[in-house]
Design a binder for this molecule. Structure first.
Ligand code: SAH
Length: 467
């Protein structure tokens, strides 16, 4: 299986720096399923081509399996299949192992070039395309590529058998090398509609990480998420919800046409935006300088607050380690100048346990978190927040359950997100909040966030507590 990458950028030999592979030195890499070789069929100042040749060892594949997958194909199918000859998830793994730095958009020797769109082309000798040439084009053309595809006959000696699903494909465009590699990394297995490994939660994170900046707006994002996650519906739904940037229900989206979908997406994005803005505004009004974000998730609020110079100390806490890693990357903590880096800290911890590290802050935000807690654990959370952490200002948001009827296809009585343990009406939230004030000596005011419907209120309810 052969992938070639060419450029006519001058000097074209810079491709060697971008790929971190010297044009003069062929290299081989051992992979769990075979070998990858990198070499340059041509390397001149005008045009340079790097080749990644992947040798998949079908015997090694079978040996690596603890149990036979069985099925109709049986043993023969394990040895005789197309995997060694076509671009598939094996190619994606090889790309990330062999060109990992370039894939992430970095370059030691040519950092500015890594960030610059260059005239590039990629050629895949054999790419299986389930969904045909039309789907191939719908995947790559919206990303700005010119696609050339040649379809192969199933057997050239027996024309009556017709076409196969295999194409030789060339993609050309003016793109950053990291983007081209990322598009290939994600979309090759999508076209093949298969993966050689088990797909679990981590695959959602991987898709979102590699999809950053292009997948959310891609017209085929739903198909991409479904196939990338091997049709595991709950994973695909999670990915799509998170792509949309909010926890509003996905069912609504499915029934709309594609245009309407975009509008939905936008309004959902703006609900999330509005929530972050509202929180930021209240913090500013109160002149809070040392702020805690409890259940900070992927750091969306932290990112907004980091831009506010009046905030001198910003601490995000979450119970999910994985989520904190994403927050760490999103905030670009490694790349922040020293002074900035000192302003922000991420803590791993739970809101159900008293924690000394949370004492002495001006304000705490708890954004879309409380509905994720099991009702029997709420009492613990209440004491941790209002009694032990006890900041001067607490901003807490949660969905307004009454608004759910406005999400047309969210079945009655269901929550907006499958991880929610409950969703409160305005009266329920207000009763809970007033109870907190009485017990712990706070006052509260309620602020609707998002479109404030005359009948059912706003989609998000916010309580602003002051001591
Ligand atoms: N505030 C973020 C994330 C909301 S999702 C935002 O608005 O984008 C809810 C978050 O609460 C998740 O990241 C989850 O890991 C976290 N969470 C759930 N239970 C928690 C607990 N007991 N302690 C701390 N964080 C918790």
């Amino acid at each position: 299986m052969l992938l070639t990458l060419s450029t006519t950028h001058t000097p074209a030999t810079d491709l060697g720096y971008l790929l971190h592979k010297n044009p003069d030195r062929p290299q081989s890499f051992e992979l769990p399923f075979g070998h990858a070789h990198v070499f340059y069929p041509e390397a001149s100042a005008d045009r340079t081509t790097a080749a990644l040749l992947l040798e998949v060892d079908p015997v090694a594949l079978v040996r690596g399996r603890s149990t036979s997958p069985g099925g109709a194909g049986g043993t023969l199918d394990q040895y005789v299949n197309d995997r060694p000859y076509v671009a598939s998830s094996f190619m994606s793994v090889a790309l990330s192992r062999v060109f990992g730095t370039a894939l992430s958009g970095r370059s030691k020797d040519r950092p500015e070039l890594a960030g610059t769109p260059l005239p590039l082309s990629a050629r895949l000798s054999v790419l299986p395309c389930r969904g045909g040439e039309g789907f191939l084009r719908r995947l790559f053309e919206p990303l700005g590529y010119t696609v050339t595809a040649t379809r192969h006959a199933l057997d050239e000696t027996v024309p009556a058998w017709g076409d196969s699903r295999y194409f030789t494909v060339t993609l050309e465009g003016r793109v950053r090398l990291g983007d081209l590699l990322t598009h290939l990394y994600v979309l090759i297995p999508v076209l093949d509609d298969d993966k050689h490994y088990w797909v679990g939660d981590e695959e959602v994170e991987k898709l979102l990480r590699h999809g950053e900046g292009w997948l959310a707006a891609h017209p085929e994002r739903e198909q991409i998420a479904r196939r990338y996650l091997r049709h595991r519906h709950s994973l695909a739904r999670e990915a799509l919800e998170r792509l949309a940037g909010d926890e509003a229900p996905e069912p609504e989206e499915r029934q709309e046409t594609r245009n309407a979908e975009e509008a939905v997406l936008e309004s959902r994005l703006s609900l999330n935006e509005q929530r972050l803005q509202s929180v930021r505004d209240v913090l500013q009004e109160h002149g809070a300088a040392r702020v805690l974000d409890l259940g900070c998730g992927e750091g969306r609020l932290l990112k907004v607050l980091l831009k506010d110079r009046r905030i001198t100390e910003l601490v995000g806490m979450d119970v999910s380690h994985r989520t904190l890693e994403i927050a760490h990357d999103r905030l670009g903590i490694e790349r922040l100048p020293e002074m900035q880096r000192q302003r922000v800290k991420l803590l791993h911890g739970s809101l159900l346990y008293r924690d000394q590290r949370l004492a002495g802050f001006d304000a705490a935000t708890v954004i879309e978190v409380i509905e994720h807690l099991d009702p029997p654990r709420l009492a613990a959370f209440e004491r941790v927040l209002f009694e032990h952490t006890r900041p001067g200002l607490i901003i807490l948001t949660t969905p307004n359950a009454e608004y759910n009827v406005r999400f047309s296809s969210l079945p009655a009585g269901t929550f907006r997100h499958r991880d929610h343990r409950f969703e409160w009406t305005r009266a329920e939230f207000e009763a809970w909040a007033n109870g907190m004030c009485q017990r712990f000596g706070y006052t509260v005011r309620f602020v609707p966030v998002g479109e404030n419907d005359a009948e059912v209120g706003a989609p998000t309810q916010m309580g602003v507590f002051e001591r």
